[in-house]
Design a protein around this ligand. Structure first.
Ligand code: ADP
Ligand code: MG
Length: 483
């Protein structure tokens, strides 16, 4: 392990604007109630309402404008002033709500003000990044890298991405050329920490940590690696954790890793984005699905719309691809069985519209943000509610509308129907019926080791939540009144 850097770090940059200052406690409370925002912790900042209330450097502001991000989303409004005041933070918000920008802006602000003197011994050959972003999957690392790159370019900072599945030597070479921001998956980062007896990657200068999609990282069993990585970072760092769901597991690990975090929970913790229409086909047998799928595809404009089809197994993905190709569709599959270059190429082809249909397993899809993807089809229904939320969350991103269609097999998949009912607003009667059958199942069945039927975990408090920023509109009107 490397000696920890002791140079002081600056974490607090936020100065509340007069307008925000003028909001009364009651007004803020009302706004948060309206958007279903729960916020807990010490020294909580009021939300901002516009980008210019953050005192961001002009370079950052310009990129937001170039992206047409006209106003911050609710999670951004709430988390940015709190993070930029130097707090650790847990941000929980549905997929597609803009969490990436919520951590990237403070990260860049932090790096700009903390120009660290990195002292290298002669034997050290690699990089000492100052910020690190951990992600569960390589695809998500790539995607965050893409969002961050324009900022890094403008500010003269170097990003290196480190994930498994491709040769480590290329990543070592990149690290030898320097790195300010490391984005990667825990496994590969651990490998790089050990490479060349620790002379390639040193994390003792890291003063800014982000864990994105923390729920998924834990699902994938990364906890030991995460703990290991964190023991290499500065103790006085700022740490952020983002997640779409907030299970107990996350709460426990967050308590271990973060210091006095502010918690921001937007919307009903584990629910599907309200921009998404959820519909269901209950079939008697698996064989019946294909005809319905083809009929559905027939009604889509597959030239323009992008469609993501989820299947349980790698093999069935590939079989499906063959069937669809023979019917003239431009389609590929994405799953853990493909090597990394191939996977990146496939995602790029979908982005560029070279293919319009992707058939994937859950694991390959996490965090994917693909423009124009407006339909998700669960050909095989997911087993867990979180998985449902994440799968369908590939569509309906930003202000766009999305459509999710799920196949369920009668009698066999009542439990899956039950899981889905926990996360979908007003599910249709067919699956409610299946769900009730599961709840009222004979006792022996409930003890048969299914493992995850935490029946009383329905946190439906009827929250209003949304990307469109109900709160923003309200704040806007308050501001107009104030003027
Ligand atoms: P999450 O991580 O919460 O699932 P992302 O950060 O991937 O969501 O953002 C979802 C989409 O919303 C992306 O396409 C992103 O570019 C867009 N987006 C983010 N912030 C804004 C904003 N303030 N205004 C408009 N679009 C935004
Ligand atoms: Mg995200």
């Amino acid at each position: 392990k490397h000696e920890l850097s002791t140079q002081p770090i600056e974490k607090s940059f936020y100065i509340e604007s007069n307008l925000i200052k003028s909001l009364t406690k009651n007004e803020v409370k009302q706004l948060r109630n309206q958007d279903g925002i729960i916020i807990r912790g010490k020294h909580i900042q009021k939300p901002i309402l516009e980008w210019n209330q953050l005192g961001l450097p002009n370079e950052i502001f310009q990129i937001l404008q170039a992206n047409k991000f006209n106003s911050p989303t609710p999670i951004q409004c709430e988390s940015l002033p709190n993070i930029m005041s130097g707090n650790d933070l847990i941000g929980v918000a549905k997929t597609g709500s803009g969490k990436t920008i919520a951590f990237l802006l403070p990260l860049f602000r932090h790096l700009l003000s903390n120009i660290t003197n990195i002292t290298d011994s002669k034997t050290f050959l690699g990089s000492s990044p100052r910020a690190i972003i951990l992600t569960p999957t390589r695809e998500l690392s790539i995607q965050i890298g893409k969002s961050a790159q324009p900022f890094a370019d403008k500010l003269g900072l170097k990003i290196v991405k480190c994930y498994g599945g491709i040769s480590i030597s290329k990543q070592i070479n990149e690290l030898k050329r320097g790195c300010d921001i490391l984005i990667g998956t825990p496994g590969r980062i651990i490998d790089l920490l050990c490479t060349n007896s620790g002379r390639i990657l040193r994390l003792s200068y890291v003063s800014f940590l982000v864990m994105d999609e923390a729920d998924r990282m834990l699902d994938l069993g990364f906890e030991p690696q995460i703990i290991d990585i964190l023991s290499n970072l500065r103790n006085d760092r700022q740490s952020l954790l983002f997640s779409a769901t907030f299970p107990i597991k996350i709460q426990t690990i967050a308590r271990k890793i973060l210091k006095d975090p502010i918690e921001i929970i937007i919307g009903n913790k584990n629910k599907v984005n309200e921009n998404i229409t959820n519909s269901f086909h209950v079939v008697d047998k698996n064989d019946e699905k294909m005809a319905i799928l083809l009929k559905t595809l027939g009604t889509c404009n597959t030239e323009r719309e992008k469609i993501l089809i989820f299947m349980e197994k790698q093999k069935s993905c590939d079989e499906m691809v063959n069937k669809l190709i023979s019917r003239g569709y431009a389609v590929m599959s994405l799953h853990g069985g493909k090597d990394q270059y191939e996977r990146e190429g496939i995602i790029k082809d979908l982005r560029d519209g070279i293919i319009n249909i992707l058939v994937a397993t859950s694991i390959a899809s996490r965090g994917l943000d693909i423009n124009g993807l407006n339909m998700v089809i669960n050909y095989d229904a997911p087993s867990h509610r979180e998985d449902y939320v994440h799968r369908v969350g590939r569509t309906g991103r930003g202000i766009n509308h999305g459509e999710a269609i799920t196949f369920l097999i009668k009698d066999l998949e009542d439990r899956k129907a039950y899981e889905i009912c926990q996360v979908v607003d007003k599910p249709d009667s067919k699956i409610v019926e299946m769900s009730e059958k599961w709840i009222n199942r004979p006792r022996e069945e409930s003890n048969n080791g299914d493992g995850d039927g935490n029946v009383n975990n329905n946190n439906n408090k009827g929250f209003i939540y949304g990307f469109s920023g109900h709160g923003l509109e309200r704040l806007e009107s308050i501001r107009n009144e104030a003027q």
